[in-house]
Design a protein. Structure first.
Lengths: 248, 103
């Protein structure tokens, strides 16, 4: 493997820095994981099964939805459809990182994707829009989020009573608020704002009229179509935009 | 087809969920590796990337209760005003907690 084929250089100190940068949001993820552990155990999963699911699936919204379908038996195809629909946003998220991911070897590339989730992706994608390449956050941030999700699930399983009502503390809104902060902290141009309007309208329409869980992909693709026909003048070269750094 | 939730059944269900999720994590990158990234494709995926965020948030705001709306509006205003994500998110969660406590 020659260095010129895969020019992206991982910097271990940046991986560490990204781990600690996403530590605060991970504390919220612990609470969210605890809510999942409690919900899963109430549906009859054993403690180890709950933790195993969080460890191997690592996709909160789809885990809540799947556990919601739990009973003495589970219909496999509907479960697959729900999990796939909710997680299909990963397809687009991964694709959006490809311009960076092609610069690492396939082994590392797919290894990194194991840790791909909303929060670390949002940071990486927003920095890429401002001309910074940051795959370290996928690794470092992904690790801390993954640990938090497992620890949270464990806490919910064994001490679920402590957090009976995470909604009362607003904890169900952590992810929504985080993603909104990322969106507003990124680059804004007339082109992006038009794409957002189209994405918002399309996702609302899909949410209202299409089968459940399709709105994210529909909205994102609709926004992408704007970019397909309206190219950024001078693509990545300009950097006169306000750079908004996250988390310091 | 249904799987009984015996120990073995649950393990099978978890394995299925893990594989389906893995397909979504790998699939986008796998498909992209066959495409040539022209400026137009690059523009598409960049615009799509920030649209993902909006497509998640907007239905959340519309479908949610008053607390959810308060959280998002507060985070949005705070983010535009102080430009620091963590304080903005914290204020948003406090707003949701407060609105829900008052209702």
């Amino acid at each position: 493997m020659s260095a010129s084929l895969y020019p992206y250089q991982f910097q271990p100190h940046r991986v560490r820095a990204e781990f600690f940068r996403l530590l605060p949001i991970s504390l919220f993820v612990v609470a969210f994981g605890a809510a999942f552990g409690l919900a899963a155990i109430q549906k009859g999963l054993s403690p180890l099964e709950c933790i195993l699911m969080s460890t191997t699936v690592f996709a909160g919204a789809s885990q809540f939805a799947a556990v919601d379908m739990w009973g003495t038996e589970v219909s496999v195809l509907p479960m697959i459809a729900v999990v796939f629909a909710i997680n299909s946003r990963h397809l687009l998220m991964g694709a959006s990182l490809y311009p960076m991911l092609r610069d690492v070897s396939p082994g590392k590339r797919y290894g990194l994707l194991l840790l791909l989730t909303d929060a670390n992706w949002a940071v990486s994608a927003q920095e890429y829009q401002s001309g910074r390449r940051n795959l370290e956050v996928i690794l470092g941030g992904g690790l801390v989020l993954w640990l938090a999700w497992m620890i949270g699930t464990g806490l919910g399983v064994y001490f679920g009573g402590l957090l009976q009502n995470p909604r009362a503390l607003g904890l169900d809104m952590v992810l929504g608020c985080f993603l909104l902060a990322m969106a507003l902290g990124g680059k804004k141009s007339p082109r992006i704002l038009v794409a957002w309007l189209v994405a918002g309208a399309a996702s609302l329409a899909a949410w209202k009229w299409l089968p459940p869980n399709m709105h994210v992909v529909v909205g994102a693709l609709a926004g992408g179509v704007i970019g397909l026909f309206w190219l950024e003048p001078g693509a990545q070269s300009r950097e006169d935009n306000l750079e908004v750094r996250h988390g310091d | 087809m249904a799987i009984e939730t015996t120990t073995l059944g649950v393990l099978a269900l978890i394995a299925i969920m893990a594989v389906v999720t893995l397909v979504t994590r790998f699939g986008g990158v796998f498909i992209m590796s066959f495409l040539r990234i022209s400026p137009r494709v690059e523009s598409f995926i960049n615009t799509m990337a920030s649209s993902v965020l909006i497509a998640i948030i907007v239905p959340m705001a519309v479908a949610g209760d008053l607390g959810a709306l308060a959280a998002l509006v507060t985070t949005g205003v705070a983010m535009l005003a102080i430009r620091k994500p963590l304080p903005a998110i914290t204020l948003g969660l406090l707003a949701a907690a407060l609105v829900r406590y008052l209702n």
